[in-house]
Design a protein. Sequence first.
Length: 361
Amino acid sequence: MSLPECKRELLSFLQNQQLKACKVVVLPDFFLDRLINLEWDASEFSRLVADVTKRKGGSIDGVSQTDLRGGNAINVASALASLGAEVTPIVSTSHFGLQQIKYHFRNSSIDTSHIKTNGKASVTTALEFKNQNEKTNVMIRDLGALADFGPANLDEEDYSLIEAADYVCLFNWAGTLKFGTVLAQEVFDRVKQKGKGKTYYDTADPNTNATAISDLIEKVLKTDKVDILSLNENEAITYASLLDEGLNEGKAGLEFAELALDSARVLANLLPARIDLHTTAFSATFKGKKEVVVPAFKVKVFRATGAGDAWDAGNILGDHNGLSDESRLMLANAVAACYLSDPDGLHPTKEKLSSFLRDYV
């Protein structure tokens, strides 16, 4: 399907007021985020910090900072809610964290009744650096209650919700430091045994829990528990390198984007799940030998964090409504582009996406 044909299909879809109702459950992370927008690259910033340290401390003024909601699950929930989905997060935080969630979603219909307040809030400080023609983020995290989140945090009311959902989405495997793999096993098993929906997995960067990656691959990714596996370049390369030693041998001769594509092909051949790859330049979907690649939108970028979460929301909505692979990927790309290019960091509505597509494509 050509890009103009995708545009027509998407505009017709977005303007349809009778979209399929979509019930989504997202787990397990919410972070209190502070976003620090730096006008330097990493080397320049390091020199500034070193200078301040040498004079026994002091300030670096004029640095733009924003407090906002964070965490893959909560960000996907926000993006899905803006697109009209019915979303329920199951996350663990502090009482203060719960109040922050309610504040951030004060104009939304998101159900907060399954949020647990039995632990320490998870906190991230995200440093966004200049990096050639784009921004690159470094996230400094205190995992808080997320590190201990596992099946013991879920009760039968949670599982009833999971069984009734159209999509059950798990995120941030490495952040669920102690029980990430068993959480995926238990939650996805319940969906497969008693549920009606699809399982959606975006593990985020697994490398902070590198010693447990092989266990995750064997017990979850190689099984039929995962319907859709969503990955960025680094995640695809990490998993594929562990599954195919030949990929490591060919790394030196490939550009990063090519290596990511080859990695996704490896995963599609070796894993049962559909592989959905999102990158800064394109997105792609793979199932067996079939693959579709759609270029990303080029927009002025105001932030480096949250693009993948916005992309996941568009991908889920497109999948639920049976869009073609090309249109589904274009929709996901558009949701991410609208979010990245919004000065206020707002997730787009269907109306905003329609306007974006009419003006852009």
